[in-house]
Design a protein around this ligand. Sequence first.
Ligand SMILES: Cc1cc2nc3c(=O)[nH]c(=O)nc-3n(C[C@H](O)[C@H](O)[C@H](O)COP(=O)(O)OP(=O)(O)OC[C@H]3O[C@@H](n4cnc5c(N)ncnc54)[C@H](O)[C@@H]3O)c2cc1C
Ligand code: FES
Length: 267
Amino acid sequence: MIQENATILWNTRLNSDCFGIGIDCRKGYSDARPGQFVSLYLSDRFDPLLRRPFSIHRLIIENNRVAGIELLYKVIGKCTKRLSDLRPGEGVNILGPLGNWFTINDKARRIVMIAGGIGVAPMVFLARFLRDHRPDSSQISLFLGGRSKEDLLCIDDFLTLGIRTETSTDDGSAGHKGLVTDLFEKTAAAEQPDLICACGPVPMLKSVARIAERKKIPCQISIETLMACGIGVCLGCATRQKGIPEKYLHACIDGPVFDTGLIGLIG
Ligand SMILES: Cc1cc2nc3c(=O)[nH]c(=O)nc-3n(C[C@H](O)[C@H](O)[C@H](O)COP(=O)(O)OP(=O)(O)OC[C@H]3O[C@@H](n4cnc5c(N)ncnc54)[C@H](O)[C@@H]3O)c2cc1C
Ligand code: FES
């Protein structure tokens, strides 16, 4: 884990409220794994005071070396609004890589990724990692859901990687009309996966967890809790452990990726 003042390489609008930001941080990310995150502090600006967590979306590779990382973010409040105003050449304080990652058993062949909205951010990194470490990426698929067509980000990245990609939108403007979990459940009835990896809003994750439990499919989800320190000190990211009263796990150090059997989702 390294903390540094890094330079912004690009900060590009992707749709009405989502951006991709490239950050020039050369040290410490060569062993980063899909699911890990970084914590950003907007240097020289003391409001907002606390750092904010963002999943690693992609490693920027130059001359076969990691030259930085890209994040994908959605503007929802103070920090993300400030972030969206930053320009290439300006600075950001970055701490990372943090947390655990999706752990893929060698025996898992049919792997399904399920992402909702900005939850697609860590999935491009995961898809690329699987493509590089698996002989047969044709067994890997993605189910991507959004409110409407403009929320479906990164589709071309998955297609370029040879990942079978199914989409859904709430309003029917692209792909299946309805919930991404309904779309997945229909497909899983015909072809049960060996592992599900998911990231997205809590209601989606709850639904994914229910399907996985019912069908007895191992399932890992990346959860988004509120986080202050990102390193296990403030206890602000406590998450209830399933089946053990008063026992808590901490999303920043025990997670953010958890087996769905391990935690109780709230919200
Ligand atoms: C491990 C991890 C990885 C993440 N990765 C990404 C990512 O790749 N891209 C991305 O866009 N976002 C990601 N997030 C969420 C991101 O951290 C928040 O969107 C960001 O902190 C919001 O900061 P803000 O100051 O703009 O909003 P704030 O002003 O802090 O919050 C605005 C509103 O959103 C609510 N809120 C803030 N953060 C969260 C949260 N984590 N979960 C639920 N509600 C929240 C607040 O309670 C408030 O109502 C991640 C969160 C975690 C824990
Ligand atoms: S964010 Fe502080 S303990 Fe997890």
